[in-house]
Design a protein around this ligand. Structure first.
Ligand code: HEC
Length: 293
């Protein structure tokens, strides 16, 4: 783990979200509720948070399912963070590279809860933030009469019918079924709302090297209107995957990176790999529930 928003001197609003940032991709199957336990000062287990994993931001978040306060203001809590140890059973967070996490790194983080605050998280809009990516970078192959892998990404009906909660063919079911894919994550959907870390699409786009790493747009259009672009990760964009990680990811996620590599990319946006900003937006949209409104 490389950073967190709780710990000594870092308190959390009672309705806040705990964010744990990692420097490596985690094995999706290892990101489980049992790997992060929150205890009260007396050792009793406190609220059971919703655990979400964003593979583009390499971030695990713990939050209440409904955004309401889940901790008690003024109370002290300890986050017990369990990492995988070969000698301690299969549980715990584990990196994709198979490296055991630093045993000396803090596995417990104590923090105080403060009063709840109004949360103004940036809200992803499908039309403004996501649709343009799918149309320009995926639509030619995943659209029309016979979309690749029967996956239709160029219309909301198509996404609803062929991607949302639809089992990915390349997941551990079907022809490319291998024990490795099964240990990566079982029966992954193409898009699993609220769970980018369990969405096959995320891993297919993460396989491609981001085209230009930090391109952040300043405006976006939606229904003909121009809007300010969404600014995610105001404190800095997380580091993209490195080549070694991408290679290991490719052992789990078979087939080509998406967009499918074409011999010649027409221009910087057309069918070029997603930029780091687009990857983060895609992940955030899925985490938000992958709404098509
Ligand atoms: C040039 C054509 C082309 C483009 C552009 C393209 N794809 Fe694909 N896609 C394919 C082909 C062919 C396959 C099947 C082979 C494979 O999985 O590698 C596929 C497979 C997939 C799968 C796996 C489906 C499954 O059931 O396992 C996903 C997810 C996917 N594409 C997402 C995307 C996304 C997201 C984009 C845009 C960012 C995109 N693709 C752009 C051709 C394309």
């Amino acid at each position: 783990m490389v950073g967190s928003n709780v710990g000594p001197g870092k308190s959390l609003p009672a309705n806040g979200t705990i964010e744990l940032r990692f420097d490596h991709l985690l094995l999706p199957i290892s990101v489980a509720r049992q790997s992060a336990i929150i205890r009260q000062a007396n050792g009793e287990i406190a609220a059971a948070p919703v655990v979400q994993y964003d593979p583009a931001g390499k971030t695990v978040t713990l939050s209440a399912s409904d955004g309401r306060p889940w901790l008690e203001s003024g109370q002290y809590y300890v986050l017990d963070f369990i990492t995988y140890r070969p000698d301690a059973g299969p549980g715990g967070f584990r990196t994709l590279l198979g490296a055991t996490m630093d045993p000396h790194a803090a596995s417990k983080l104590g923090f105080f809860a403060t009063d709840s605050v109004t949360i103004n998280a940036p809200h992803i809009s499908f039309c403004r933030d996501i649709e343009p990516i799918l149309t320009t970078k995926c639509g030619r192959c995943h659209g029309g009469q016979s979309p690749a892998m029967a996956l239709q990404l160029d219309s909301t009906n198509g996404i609803r019918a062929t991607a949302i909660r639809q089992l990915a063919r390349g997941s551990n079911a079907g022809a490319s079924s291998t024990p490795r894919a099964a240990s990566f994550g079982t029966d992954m959907a193409i898009i699993e709302p609220h769970a980018p870390g369990s969405s096959w699409l995320m891993y297919k786009v993460l396989l491609a090297s981001p085209s230009s790493e930090l391109t952040v747009p300043t405006s976006a259009t939606c229904g003909g209107d121009v809007f300010d672009a969404l600014v995610l990760y105001a404190n800095g964009i997380p580091t993209p995957l490195d080549d070694r990680e991408r290679t290991v990811l490719g052992m789990f996620v078979e087939g080509a990176p998406m967009p499918y590599p074409v011999a010649q990319i027409v221009d910087a946006t057309h069918e070029a790999p997603l930029t780091q900003d687009e990857l983060l937006r895609m992940s955030e949209w899925i985490r938000d529930g992958a709404s098509l409104e």
